[in-house]
Design a protein around this ligand. Sequence first.
Ligand SMILES: Nc1nc2c(ncn2[C@@H]2O[C@H](COP(=O)(O)OP(=O)(O)O)[C@@H](O)[C@H]2O)c(=O)[nH]1
Ligand SMILES: [Mg+2]
Length: 285
Amino acid sequence: MNHIHWYPGHIAKAQRQLKEKLNLVDVIIEVIDARIPYSSWYKNTAELCPNKPRLILMNKSDVSDAKYNQIWADFLNKKTKCKVITTSLSNRNDVNTIISEIINLSKEIMQKRILKGLLPRPTRTMVIGMPNVGKSSTINRLVKRAKTKTGAKAGVTRQQQWVRINEKVELLDTPGIIPTVQNDQFQALKLACVNSISENAYDSEYVASELIKILLKLYNENFRKYYGFTDEEEINLSNIAVKKNWILKNSIPDTKRASLILLSNFRDGKIGKYTIERIEEYDTI
Ligand SMILES: Nc1nc2c(ncn2[C@@H]2O[C@H](COP(=O)(O)OP(=O)(O)O)[C@@H](O)[C@H]2O)c(=O)[nH]1
Ligand SMILES: [Mg+2]
């Protein structure tokens, strides 16, 4: 099954639900994965919500290649005209930066409210992003700073609540999930590598084999070193399984196991801090 499958029915519904939620907020926090900034960035946000200020978090920057974080942040800033910052679970200061950026981005909206004679109120924000990029983790970290839940508001279902982060910011406590609709198989493949696509949609051996090719192209030396392969040796799932002594009863290398462990270790950053997209691939767009 060398293909990644999509379910378009869900996508239309997810997009509609996302739009409804986006209408409730003043500022959007979009989380993307710093290892695949291009593929995890949702190209439709501006269209769904024209002119709404957006803060883009390049999350998981602790497991991406530090050399490329700023380059990608600058590229995305240029393309989206949005503020872009790198974040990770391990950096405590990120929460303060996120909150102050939200306040900055909402200044104009709040001034307009006052000019219209409306009462000042906290800026409303929500976290959106593709599956597994770190939306819930980001919400949890912001909410930890909060004292009170402000209760349901019109248009928000009972399962969703606004949380007062401080006197100036309120956050919707459930994320908006961006449907990972992609017609581009190469981008879909990279989303599968970071676990942003349901595992039912692809074959792990196919995705892991493609990831091996990408890593050999971009990080040949480090990747070889990790598994103890010399420059001359071919790296594929079968050879990895043999090297690790993952052999099935009939002496066949356990390539399935090799694929699952490779994907898992890549996702955790155990095999190295790798950013698997380069601006040159996209700069013509
Ligand atoms: N290394 C690393 N892992 C993270 C980071 N943020 C989230 N994760 C992990 O990524 C996985 C998905 O996170 P989650 O917040 O549930 O993503 P969501 O699906 O977008 O809500 C979890 O295992 C998190 O612990 C980060 O900054 N760095
Ligand atoms: Mg979540």
